[in-house]
Design a protein around this ligand. Structure first.
Ligand SMILES: Cc1cc2nc3c(=O)[nH]c(=O)nc-3n(C[C@H](O)[C@H](O)[C@H](O)COP(=O)(O)O)c2cc1C
Length: 181
């Protein structure tokens, strides 16, 4: 008997729909949907996650919903801006709300954006963090440098090579998820 469509949750390391990382995640999710996946995006503006450790955080309803949604998903598409050479605090705090119980053995695809030149710092740091959650990060990854110029006025990516790298990333994520779940 088939297992049904794979479920993918998108996470952005910046708030709001104007965030370039949110755009990257939504673009990748749309590709995954084309490939037959069920997709969800955690919208931090609508459902903020408290800082881990702040007063009342352990009883927070958004946290419970977030962890339950993550538990119900098979794979994750994650994108963070690079801040001072690493992932944003928002991204790290989001990952800090996830544990092996929610995401262990599940598949992750990583992207990052940079104001300056593209590099792999944030991708590598997220890869290490997700290893601690017992997640499986696929080898393909995408860093988008000079992010202010990356999208045109219609919201489309200007560079076809980046688009093609995201397509490859998503195809690999879908394939790996079907194999591993
Ligand atoms: C606090 C802070 C630190 C930043 N540090 C870097 C950096 O180290 N390298 C870099 O290329 N861009 C840096 N930037 C630019 C961000 O990477 C850029 O604004 C972000 O990728 C845009 O994504 P967003 O629209 O999703 O927020 C920094 C921006 C902020 C606000």
């Amino acid at each position: 008997m088939g297992k049904g469509a794979i479920k993918i949750l998108g996470l952005s390391g910046s708030y709001g729909n104007d965030s370039k990382n949110t755009r990257l995640v939504r673009l990748a999710l749309a590709m995954a949907e084309e490939a037959g996946a069920e997709i969800q995006f955690w919208e931090l503006t609508e459902k903020p996650l408290p800082l881990v450790g702040e007063e009342g955080c352990w009883q927070n309803e958004n946290v419970k919903e977030f962890q339950s949604l993550a538990s119900s998903c098979d794979a994750f598409i994650v994108s963070s801006p690079e801040y001072h050479g690493t992932m944003s605090g928002v991204m790290k705090n989001t990952l800090d709300w996830l544990y092996k119980d929610h995401v262990g053995g599940k598949v992750f695809a990583l992207m990052s954006s940079l104001g300056g030149m593209s590099n792999s710092n944030t991708l590598n740091h997220m890869r290490v963090c997700i290893r601690w959650l017992h997640g499986w990060v696929i080898p393909e990854q995408v860093a988008v440098g000079h992010i202010k110029e990356a999208f045109d006025d219609d919201g489309n990516l200007c560079d076809d090579e980046i688009l093609s790298r995201i397509e490859t990333l998503v195809a690999s994520l879908v394939d790996a998820t079907k194999r591993l779940r």
